[in-house]
Design a protein around this ligand. Structure first.
Ligand SMILES: [Zn+2]
Length: 315
């Protein structure tokens, strides 16, 4: 197939040389062949060919709430502007789940057992909890939609032979048997095929030996990583760092004006600080409070009045 343009021609020729090198390395029989293959794929395929704001590493993923760690992930694509990883060297580290966009399981030869193991590992990762990354104007965390990590499989070869089954069809048999969903979202086999879950169907591209499958795979990641990244917003890295020790309050640093708030239901009264973000505004009437009455859950509001706020503070 002819190249669309010079950009694609360059990528295709890079891919060809890297895959040739990785395949040659994978046929060696010394210890640590997998490590050598990973090293080649990270340093010569993913790092140079993915957009430069995508971090490429290897290691484990951590959840803030429980502190639990994932199993060892072959390749982790992450966005360090969300929350940075802790790196032990150029590539290896611990990655907060909020920053992880993709995980790539690398197989030299993909078979049903390996696919099943990759499925279980992706399933465990799907259970990780994410910190929210959005706050309202008063600094309160807001719930929002989060695109979870996408787990994918990348293989140099496969034991599927002939044209009987595609990788997607083989994988469907595996997760259907477990009564489960496809936790693996894409499978790429060099010089064979690339398939991805479009949220309803598997879409499969089969090969002609021109590395179209790897171009499609890299193009797919390139098209989606920003959407995944944006859905995470900006969680506080401090949640991973600040020790959970008890702290006491006082002495006072400044006088904050409060107003009397009344429950519309049970008449209980409170002294509350109105939260107005950072606005300069004047409100004629009653102030309404977001938090409900602790006594009965009723709505709280102040008496009618004229309330002036400067930089969000009542004056
Ligand atoms: Zn009440």
């Amino acid at each position: 197939m002819a190249d669309l343009n010079q950009y694609q021609a360059f990528l295709r020729s890079k891919i060809k040389s890297v895959i040739t090198e990785a395949k040659t390395a994978s046929t060696l029989t010394h210890q640590g062949v997998k490590g050598t293959v990973l090293e080649i794929l990270i340093s010569k395929l993913f790092r140079p060919l993915l957009p430069s704001d995508v971090g490429v590493g290897t290691g484990q993923i951590i959840e803030q709430e429980s502190g639990k760690l994932s199993t060892q992930m072959d390749i982790i694509l992450y966005d360090k502007s969300i929350v940075p990883p802790i790196l032990f060297d150029e590539s290896t580290g611990i990655f907060p789940i909020e920053s992880v966009l993709y995980t790539i399981e690398v197989k030299t030869t993909l078979n049903a057992t390996e696919l099943s193991i990759a499925h279980e590992s992706a399933k465990k990762l799907a259970e990780f909890k994410y910190l929210y990354g959005l706050k309202d104007e008063n600094g309160k965390l807001l719930e929002h939609y989060i695109e979870r990590v996408r787990s994918v499989v990348f293989a140099l070869n496969t034991d599927l032979s002939g044209k009987s089954l595609t990788e997607a069809e083989r994988y469907e048999k595996i997760y259907a048997k477990k009564n489960d969903y496809p936790h693996i979202r894409a499978i790429c086999v060099a010089e064979k095929e690339y398939c991805y879950d479009d949220s309803e169907f598997w879409v499969t591209f089969t090969n002609n030996d021109m590395y179209d499958e790897i171009l499609s795979f890299i193009g797919g990641v390139t098209n989606t990583y920003k959407t995944v990244s944006k859905s995470r917003h900006s969680p506080d890295l401090g949640n991973y760092i600040v020790p959970t020790v008890s702290a006491k309050k006082g002495p006072k640093t400044r006088e904050i004006k409060q107003v009397e708030a009344l429950c519309n239901n049970c008449d209980k009264t409170y002294q509350l600080r109105p939260l107005m973000g950072k606005q300069n505004t004047t409100i004629n009437g009653a102030l309404n409070f977001n938090d409900p009455c602790q006594n009965c859950g009723g709505k709280l509001s102040s008496l009618e009045g004229c309330y002036q706020f400067i930089n969000g503070e009542l004056v």
